[in-house]
Design a protein around this ligand. Sequence first.
Ligand code: M6R
Length: 612
Amino acid sequence: MCGIVGYTGKREAYPVVLKGLKRLEYRGYDSSGIALVNASLKVYKKKGKVSELEESVIGKDTHAHTAIGHTRWATHGEPSDRNAHPHRSSGGKLAMIHNGIIENYASIKQELLKKDYEFKSDTDTEVLLNFIEDIKLHDHCSTEQALRIALKRVVGAYCILLVDEDDPETIIAARKGSPLVIGIGKGEHFLASDASPIIEYTKEVVYVNDYEIAIVKPDELVLKNLGNEKQTPFIQKLDMELAAIEKGGYEHFMLKEIYDQPDSIFDCLRGRLHANAGTITMSGVENHLPALINAHRMVMVACGTSWHAGLIAEYLFEDLCRIPVEVEYASEFRYRNPVINKGDVIIAISQSGETADTLVALENAKEKGAFIFGVVNAVGSSIARLSDAGAYTHSGPEIGVASTKAFTGQLVVLAMMAFKIGYAKGSIDNKRYMHLLTELNSIPDKVAQILKESAAAVQSVANKYKDARDFLYLGRGYNFPVALEGALKLKEISYIHAEGYPAAEMKHGPIALVDENLPVVFVATKDKYYEKIVSNIQEIKARKGKVIAVVTEGDTIISEMADDVIYVPDADEALAPLLSVIPLQLLSYYIGIAKDLDVDKPRNLAKSVTVE
Ligand code: M6R
C-alpha cells in the first residue's frame, strides 16, 4: 500500500526515482509525486498514475542528486493533487513521503491548529510532518532528533522518507510496520518499499527493522533505534534478476504471471520434491517435525487469495494429516481474542509478507505463545522474519495486482507440507504418498498443457459472457475454494459482481439468482463429488442458467450438459486446484481485456495492503 523510493548519490536522482515509482506502482496508483533537493527543495505531484506525473513534469527543472518519490493508495483524503505525497512542511524546508497510517493524527492536528498551523491537504502525513517541524523549531534540535521525538508520540504504522533543504545530501528514513529496503551502491544509496526499484543498480541490501531510523547519505548509512543507539546494518545479497520484474514480451504482468506458472511451480518444487526417491526436503518442516506432527490444531491466517489457499490447506491437512484445521481471516482473527493453546500451529500465508492484518494477527498470536509457520513469497519480508519457521514459495516477484502464480506457489508448498507431515505421522500410507509425489511432480507440465491447449477456448468464453452483470462460481470439496478464488479474480479484474459458493449450498439461497442471463461457472473435475455436481449442474440448467464447466479431459457427461466447456488434465483431487484455477485466472484476464480495463492495476486496489 503506497510505494516509496529514495535516492542519494552521484546520478541524476529524478530518473532513478521515477523509474522506481513505475516499478512500485502496483502498490497504489491514486497519485504520485517527487521531491528533489538541490540548492532548493522542489516538489512535483499529480493525481493519477506515474505516467501522468511524468508528463506534468516535462520541461521543469529536475536537476538534483537527492530525491524521494511516492505512489499512493489513498487512506486519509481523496485521490487528488493536494493529497498526493510528498508533503511540504509549513516552513517549506522539509518534505516527506509516508506509507502507513498515523492513527492519532487527529489529536496531533488539534495541537498544531492551536499553534496556527495551516494544512494544505487532508492527510495524516502532513500532520506528522508539521509535528516534526514544530518540534525542531521549539526544541532547537536537528531534523533527525525531531523525527525521533515525534515518532515516540505516534500511534500507527509508517515507513517515511524525509528530506531537509538545509541538508541536501541526506534522506532520513524510519519504519514501523511498513517495509523499507536500502540498496547499497558505490557512493550512492537507494531506498524503496521493496527491492524491485533497486535490483537494477545493486544487489546488496539492508532490510530496515521496525523502530529503526536510517540516516542515509551518498557515502554513509547509519542505522539507529528510537533510543538513538547505533545498530549494525545486516547486509544481504538479493537473489533476484531484473528480468523477473519486467513484462518479458507479454502485454500485461498478469498474463505473464499466469504463463510463468509452469516455471514458478517447478521452482517451488526444485530441490524439495524427489518423487522417485519418495522424499520431500523442507528444512522448515524437518526442523520442527514433532511440533507439526503433534499439532493439536492448525490455524491458517491470511487475507484474500492467500485465504483461499488456506481453505484448500484445510482440506489437505484434515484429509492427509488428520489434524483439525481452522481458516481465519487475519482481519477478524487479530481482533477476536482467539483461543490459542499450547500445541497449536499457526500457518501464515502471504504473497507479500507485508499484509498489515496478517502481520498484526501473527504478532498477537505470537504474544500468546503460538508457533508460527510462514508460507511467504517475498523473501526477507516482515511476515517471513516474524515466523518461527517457514517455507518460501519461490514464485518470483508478482507485480500484477491480482494474485496468480503466488496462489499456485502457496498451494504447492502447503501440499508438500501436508504430504510430508501426513506420511511422517502415518496418516497416509506409502502407496498414497508415492502416488501424491508422482502427481505433484507432473503438475508443471499439466499447467503448461492447459495454457497451450485451453487458453483460446477460455478467451472465446470470455468474449461471449463479458457483458454479464453477475457470475456465480460453484465447486465442491477441494474445488470449492477454487470457485471462491475464481469469483474474486473476476471481481477485481473485470468489476463484474461474482459470488463463489459450495455447489450444494446453492439451493439454500443463490439459486434464486439463476435465470437465462446468469453465467454459472462450475469447477467440476473428476473427484468423489462428481456425480453430485452433475446433479447441481442439472439444477442450474433446469432454470435456464448458462453453464460454463471446467472439467477433466475425456469428460463426456458434463460436456454434454454445459453451454461451454474448458478441459484440464486429470489429477489427484488433492492437487486438482492447481489445474482448475488456471482457466479461471485466464477467464478473468480475458474478460478484463475485452472490457478494455487495466488488468494490472484494477481500480481501488493495491498489491500489498499494509494498512488495516
Ligand atoms: O500479500 P498477501 O498474500 O498477504 O495479500 C493478501 C491479499 O491482499 C491478496 O491476496 C489480494 O486478495 C489479491 N489482490 C487477490 O488477487
